[in-house]
Ligand binder design. Structure first.
Ligand code: PHE
Length: 407
């Protein structure tokens, strides 16, 4: 019996019980927003490059990784993400099969870049996560990853420069236990360098007066781990996940060259920052080919204030409810529903919310009712079209809920 395969980006992959990539997601892989010159994401990436290049000419390498298909090993195992971690579940990530997946973060590429001998680099690309449907979540978004590797001596030479940051650094570390191989003094200097780097970038993006603050957090691949938030528009926005990379995560060649090497790393979502900078109110707009969107950014001048997006009137929404009983033989994850919706009506659904749930005592089953807001960025939807989508959706949901496993 031949094994079923699926072709994605010109490669053929064997399907297995982990396969959950839908045609709607596969079709995103060929759209490279970062290579569209007036996409706000490409503008932001260029801004970031100019920022670092003007402050530290020639120090950083700027890389774009366009192929999001990576071995599961590389996205998770090499980064010490345990088998039980929720992000590994096919409910949260997209698998081509049990060996290959769509990367969930750009951290997946750090080691291969380190292997080339680079010490300080920035990396951008598209990443994929199964998630809820609303105006700030898409199953695909873009991340900037930054890495900087130091020898202890390099850091010690900046001790005086960083001495005023002691308080901030203590906050970032909190109660976390440092890696045993690390000298606490060197760790603090590396964190101070990370702080200065992130704060500098935020000042360029959000203005000279912007403030950042650190919170302790947890990532399997960094210790200590910290989260940086920036104060903007009267609220704190989570912008960076960061920390000191675990020694086992460094590519072996790094420690061969310098057994005492230490590295900071951070990850930042580009959409999140671009939405705030430009006042873009719906994440789906990044994917819009609507001239009323694209044309607003084509006149963005290098180094000038980010253009404020002027929202154009949206096309009218159409709401529909879908109700169904939950399966009795297995659990149900809302992501299953969102994924079917994305597949049936790519880019046509703006929001999905739970409208009602109740226990039907007569038959002893849970009944769910979700409200779906259909709206196109490009045209007025007709009732006929939405009715067709809705009946296709009903059929797919019914079929799926009869299956014993979730996809
Ligand atoms: N990869 C993490 C995420 O996607 C962010 C991160 C990068 C955290 C590097 C620490 C170091 O959330």
């Amino acid at each position: 019996k031949s094994i079923p395969t699926r072709t994605i980006c010109g490669h053929e992959y064997e399907m297995d019980s982990m396969t959950n990539i839908t045609p709607a997601i596969a079709s995103r892989l060929s759209h490279k927003l970062l290579s569209q010159p007036s996409s706000p994401l490409a503008l932001l990436w260029r801004r970031i490059q100019r920022h670092f290049d003007s402050r530290h000419p020639g120090v950083f390498d700027f890389l774009r990784h366009d192929d999001p298909i990576v071995p599961v090993q590389q996205n998770f195992d090499e980064l010490l993400i345990p088998a039980s971690h929720p992000s590994r579940s096919p409910n949260d990530s997209y698998y081509l099969n049990r060996k290959m997946m769509l990367r969930t973060h750009m951290t997946a590429h750090e080691r291969e870049v380190m292997a080339t001998g680079r010490k300080s680099f920035f990396l951008v690309g598209d990443v994929y996560r199964r998630d809820q449907i609303d105006c700030s979540h898409m199953p695909v978004f873009h991340q900037l990853e930054g890495v900087c590797i130091f020898s202890p001596d390099e850091l010690l030479s900046r001790e005086a420069e960083y001495s005023h940051l002691v308080g901030e650094i203590e906050k970032a570390i909190g109660s976390q236990v440092l890696q045993v191989e690390h000298d606490p003094k060197i760790v603090k200097l590396a964190l101070a360098d990370l702080y200065v780097t992130l704060h500098g970038l935020m000042k360029t993006l959000f203005g000279e007066n912007s403030r950042i603050r650190w919170q302790e957090t947890f990532f399997p691949f960094t210790r200590p781990s910290t989260e940086a938030e920036v104060f903007y528009d009267n609220r704190w926005l989570e912008v960076f996940g960061s920390g000191i990379l675990q020694r086992q995560v460094l590519h072996p060649s790094v420690l061969e060259r310098d057994p005492n090497a230490i590295a900071w790393a951070f990850g930042m979502g580009l959409e999140r920052v671009a939405m705030v900078l430009h006042g873009i109110n719906d994440i789906r707009l990044f994917w819009s080919q609507d001239d009323r969107f694209i044309s607003q950014f084509s006149s963005q001048k290098e180094d000038s204030e980010p253009i404020k997006f002027v929202p154009f009137s949206k096309y009218p929404p159409i709401c529909r409810d879908i109700s169904f009983y939950l399966p009795t033989t297995r659990d149900f994850q809302p992501n299953e529903l969102y994924e079917i919706i994305r597949d049936v009506a790519p880019d046509l659904v703006e929001a999905v919310t739970l409208a009602d749930e109740y226990h039907d005592t007569k038959i002893n089953r849970m009944s769910m009712c979700y409200r779906i807001v259909y709206r196109s960025m490009e045209k007025t939807l007709t009732d006929t079209l939405v009715n067709n989508l809705q009946s296709e959706l009903r059929a797919r949901v019914t079929r799926q809920l009869q299956q014993s496993h979730h996809m």
